[in-house]
Design a protein around this ligand. Structure first.
Ligand SMILES: NC(=O)c1ccc[n+]([C@@H]2O[C@H](COP(=O)([O-])OP(=O)(O)OC[C@H]3O[C@@H](n4cnc5c(N)ncnc54)[C@H](OP(=O)(O)O)[C@@H]3O)[C@@H](O)[C@H]2O)c1
Length: 353
């Protein structure tokens, strides 16, 4: 029996994870947490809000599935990595903000870090067991979101409900807006850099509207391996929970004979500059990715609350990055300080606007 602590149990990933755990005889839910929604009785140990590491200490899980949204997931990520408890990571924000600290914690702890993001799950399956020297580049695919093909002028008045209408994935509100701005792909770029120890110049993002190909790896001999499947998060969730095994899921096999075309193109970083800002923050390193993430979190919340126009999200993130000092974090306190500074900067900008 693998004992699983599920953090973010009431969210989009959390609910799908519950379905996978329930259907699998060798997976047992030993603890569950939400941010504020009551979840009494969902698992032997539950917690709504508060310090997630206290729940984890009590639960002593074999694996933590971190499906919390945003920077709030960071202490749980570090807890699992430091103790060598396997971590299935949906909460990409924690790895983006704390990349170096998280990897150092993993080296000390010795546990597994298994991505839940579909692109990174696919990339892991293409890369695993292959020497880095054979890898030419990793390609992450982006659906392009609901505004793919539009130019800036056409995005001036878009509403939160338009941004929340994602064409291929059914996800929580924050990541759905991130998909519309391409910030999500920027976060994933940084996540991939840390997960697979690849320099940024070896990671490319392409737009692939139907989200059937999740990731591709090009090798030095000219061969390319790709990971394909219908866009359904239950597949990478199941893979992360049962890794390195593969279990049966309710997802149907890919139907190729029924007709399928695969379309790819470059991302439009003029219209969706957050992808370029994320790449630049990642390349600069230090706490720039942490600042990018924090500023984006506040900006997305402001957009959803009607306090900021869609195009304003990228503008305030750019300003926060310009104001950030970016120096490397020695510990969690430094990261929290960098996170708070970027949040404060965006809040100040919002007050003035
Ligand atoms: N959804 C997807 O398909 C998808 C795909 C790839 C990656 N991801 C990543 O997975 C993570 C979760 O995304 P989601 O779409 O599932 O988000 P979501 O639907 O908004 O759910 C967020 C979950 O986090 C909980 N939460 C919020 N603040 C918390 C806190 N301080 N402590 C404990 N729990 C807290 C929420 O609890 P309450 O309900 O009580 O607020 C909820 O259970 C994100 O990092 C996202 O980038 C998601």
């Amino acid at each position: 029996m693998k004992r699983i602590a599920l953090l973010g149990a009431t969210g989009s990933i959390g609910r799908q994870a519950l379905e996978i755990i329930e259907a699998h005889p060798a997976l047992e839910l030993c603890a569950a947490a939400s941010g504020s929604q009551p979840i009494d009785g969902l698992a032997p140990i539950t917690q709504a809000g508060g310090d997630l590491t206290e729940l984890l200490e009590r639960a002593e899980p074999d694996l933590v599935l971190n499906a919390v949204i945003g920077f709030a997931g960071l202490p749980a990520t570090l807890w699992a990595l430091e103790r060598g408890v396997d971590l299935a990571l949906a909460n990409k924000e924690s790895l983006v903000a704390a990349g170096e600290l998280a990897l150092a914690a993993q080296r000390r702890g010795g546990g597994r870090l298994i991505p839940v993001d579909s692109e990174h799950s696919g990339a892991l399956q293409c890369l695993e067991g292959r020497p880095a020297a054979q890898v030419h580049s990793l390609v992450l695919t982006a659906s392009g979101g609901p505004f793919r093909g539009r130019v800036r002028e056409e995005l001036e008045d878009v509403t939160p409900s338009a941004a929340l209408a994602h064409p291929t994935w059914n996800m929580g509100p924050k990541i759905t807006v991130d998909s519309a701005t391409l910030a999500n792909k920027g976060l994933e770029l940084i996540e991939a850099h840390f997960l697979f120890s690849l320099p940024y110049e070896q990671i490319e993002v392409v737009v692939h509207p139907t989200s059937v190909v999740h990731a591709l790896v090009r090798f030095r001999d000219g061969a390319t391996l790709a990971h394909l499947g219908y866009p359904d998060m239950r597949v990478p969730i199941s893979y992360a929970l049962t890794y390195p095994e593969r279990s049966v899921t309710p997802i149907r096999p890919l139907d190729l004979a029924g007709g399928m075309t695969l379309e790819f193109g470059p991302p439009d970083v003029e219209t969706f500059p957050l992808l370029a800002y994320a790449r630049s923050a990642g390349e600069r390193g230090g706490t720039y990715p942490c600042a990018f993430n924090a500023a984006n979190e506040v900006a997305v919340a402001a957009f959803l609350a009607g306090r900021l126009p869609f195009l304003g999200i990228a503008d305030v993130v750019a300003e926060a990055l310009a104001a950030a000092d970016g120096s490397a974090a020695r510990d969690l306190d430094d990261l929290v300080a960098a996170d708070e500074e970027a949040r404060r900067h965006v809040e100040e900008t919002l007050k003035v606007a």
